[in-house]
Every structure is written in C-alpha cells, then in structure tokens.
Design a protein around this ligand. Structure first.
Ligand code: FMN
Length: 343
C-alpha cells in the first residue's frame, strides 16, 4: 500500500521540519526545574578531578548517563540525521535511540535510515522504538524483527495517547496494550522501556508498566517539545489548541516515579524539556539514572553538526561536575540524596 507508506514518511519529514523551529515548545507550562535550587555545601570535600560518570547501560559501557532521545527514521532526511547522531553518540560514549520503526514494516525503502545508527555507533547502547498503539496490532515476531533491524540493546515502546488523538489518521486506541507489553517483555530478550513523547508518565501509570515487567521508564514529560503543538500545526486548525500545554511537568514525573525505586529495579530516564546543563543536573538530582534530550540536540546538530552536539553534551557534564562539587556530591548516588530544595 504505497499511499500509506508515503504518508508515514511525509509525516516524519514534517516532524523534523517543525521541530527545527521554536514554534513547537510548550507555551506557558515549563518542565518545572526552576522550582528547585541546589543546596550549597560550604564545606564540600569533593575533588572535582575525581568525578567520573562511567557506567553500564543495557549491557554496554557508557561515559555519561545520557541518551539522545528517539527521534527519526523512515524518511530520506532521517538517514543523514541518524548518521550524525550516531557519530556523536559513539564519540561521547552515550546511548542513542532510533525514531519509530513503524515505517520499516511497510516496506524496506528506508531501512538504511534506521540501520545507519548501529553501523556508526557500534559500541554504545542503541534503542529501538515502536508506538504502543501499533504494538497492539503486531505479533511479537514483527517486534523482534524491528529489534534485529537496528541491533537494539533495548526496545522502547512509546505511549502517545495525546498525539494519536490529535494526529491526522491517528489511532487513539490503547485498550489491551498493557497485556501486550507483558507478553513482549517475555519475548523480546532485551529490556523493554516505556516512554511518553512529551506529556509525561505519572507514578500510577509507571506502576502499571513496571508491573508488566518493563525495565525502564522514560518520563518524556511536559515542558519541552509539545507533540500536540506539532500535530496542531500540521493540521492547520486550532480546534485542539486547548491541549497544546497538556501534560505532567518532567520534574514532577521524575520526582514521583523515583519513589517507586524502593520496590522496583528499573532505569529511570528523565526527559522532556532538558535544554541545559542545569536542567540535566536537576533531572539527575531529582532521581533520574539517565537524562535524555531530543529537540535541543536536533537543533544543535542542524546548526553546528556532530562537533556541536559533542561540545554541547561535554559542556553540560562539565557544568554537572561543578554543581556536584558545590553540593558536596562525589558521585551520582550521593547527588540524588537531598541536594535540592524547592524554591
Ligand atoms: C523530530 C523528532 C521526532 C520524534 N520522533 C519520535 C519517535 O518516533 N518516537 C518517540 O518515542 N519519540 C519521538 N520523539 C519524541 C522525543 O523522543 C522526546 O520524547 C520529546 O521530544 C520530548 O523531549 P524534548 O523536550 O527534549 O524534545 C521525537 C522528537 C523529535 C524532536
């Protein structure tokens, strides 16, 4: 059915075009990081030169707890973007995600735009991606096929009820998806991560997902890129304007989901509106194991290429080291212990 495949590919192209502008930010709501301040430690004993972020993630070594969020694939432009994102991830030794692989099931015209990530990021965690709305209609073999296509170390299922509601030809039907996730967790042989795309995951929703066996929650909270905004602009009408700022601020998602760590073992990825080193530091101090960012990285790549992204992320982690020194945290576990106060 070429027409359908064209439309998915065109949609991906539109997403990239709109996300390279500032028109798709939240209008009034923020991720909420400004509500927190770091507690200064006048007697810090931290040696800044000894702070290291080396760790393991999904079976691979990483140098920084950072993920380039799932963005693209399945359209011509995506090949070049994914090539450069992969190069940046490999240089930095950080994780990188591919965008929704739904298009790859329609035909193989754009398979190379997905595969290019693993090819150029052989040593770091690569995350596959598919939508929860699509998972419902797919058997496990198809998802295993998508996992293998990108040689994924973990498979992300994105939950986007708001986007599906607004998107032209969207599929706002998620009933039964948790059962499907439970089956996939058993079949996929790699960790399954559940993520939103910018409206956030509540602690209650996270609990349901963890009970299905997912091994990671990526908050993708409100305050960064508004995916209802993206679809409203694509639809060229304002009937859904009231949903532009819909969602749970990222800082709240992280704070609440972190509390589940006392009963569940999982990787908490803090994302949604992480646009600076200080945002990233606050996400990690609130309890995220890993921070992630999407649109900011895409824009940096567009303007300054691979070296721009590498310098940006290195700069954020230099800032984090200074903040850890000033808060008296030698490592990230210490940094998660009461280093913030509400303003
Ligand atoms: C161009 C673009 C395409 C995206 N496509 C996907 C996708 O296919 N699958 C997905 O899970 N998230 C997708 N996202 C959402 C991001 O992964 C992220 O959750 C969201 O944009 C919020 O993060 P941000 O505020 O840092 O942009 C996309 C984001 C961008 C900017």
């Amino acid at each position: 059915m070429p027409a359908k495949s064209d439309s998915i590919s065109d949609r991906k192209k539109d997403h990239i075009r709109l996300c390279l502008t500032d028109k798709v930010s939240f209008k009034e709501k923020t991720a909420g990081f400004e509500n927190y301040d770091f507690i200064h430690d006048a007697v810090t004993g931290v040696d800044i030169s000894k702070i290291s972020f080396n760790s393991d993630l999904f079976g691979k070594k990483i140098a920084f707890p950072f993920l380039i969020s799932c963005m693209t694939g399945g359209t011509t432009e995506a090949g070049n973007i994914n090539l450069k994102l992969a190069e940046a991830a490999e240089q930095l030794k950080i994780a990188v995600g591919v965008g929704s692989q739904r298009q790859a099931l329609e035909n193989n015209s754009f398979h190379s735009t997905y595969k290019i990530i693993r090819k150029n990021a052989p040593s770091v965690p690569v995350l596959g991606n598919i939508g929860a709305a699509q998972v419902l209609g797919l058997d496990s073999a198809k998802i295993l096929y998508l996992r293998d296509l990108v040689e994924a170390d973990a498979m992300v299922i994105h939950f986007n009820p708001l986007q599906e509601l607004i998107q032209k030809n969207g599929e706002p039907l998620f009933a039964g998806v948790l059962k499907k996730v439970e089956i996939l967790v058993k079949k996929l042989e790699v960790p399954v991560i559940a993520k939103e795309v910018g409206a956030g995951i509540s602690a209650e929703a996270a609990l349901k997902l963890l009970d299905c066996g997912v091994k990671g929650i990526d908050t993708a909270g409100a305050g960064g890129t508004s995916w209802s905004g993206v679809e409203i602009l694509r639809n060229k009408n304002n009937e859904n304007d009231f949903l532009w700022d819909w969602g749970i601020p990222t800082s709240r998602c992280i704070r609440e989901i972190y509390k589940l760590k006392k009963d569940y073992k999982f990787t908490l990825i803090g994302s949604g509106g992480i646009n600076s080193g200080v945002d990233m530091a606050k996400a990690l101090a609130l309890g995220a194991d890993i921070a992630a960012s999407a649109r900011k990285i895409l824009i940096e790549l567009h303007h300054n290429g691979v070296s721009g992204v590498v310098n940006l992320i290195n700069g954020w982690f230099d800032q984090l080291k200074k903040i850890m020194y000033l808060t008296g945290a030698e490592n990230l576990p210490q940094f998660r212990e009461n280093k913030l106060i509400g303003r």
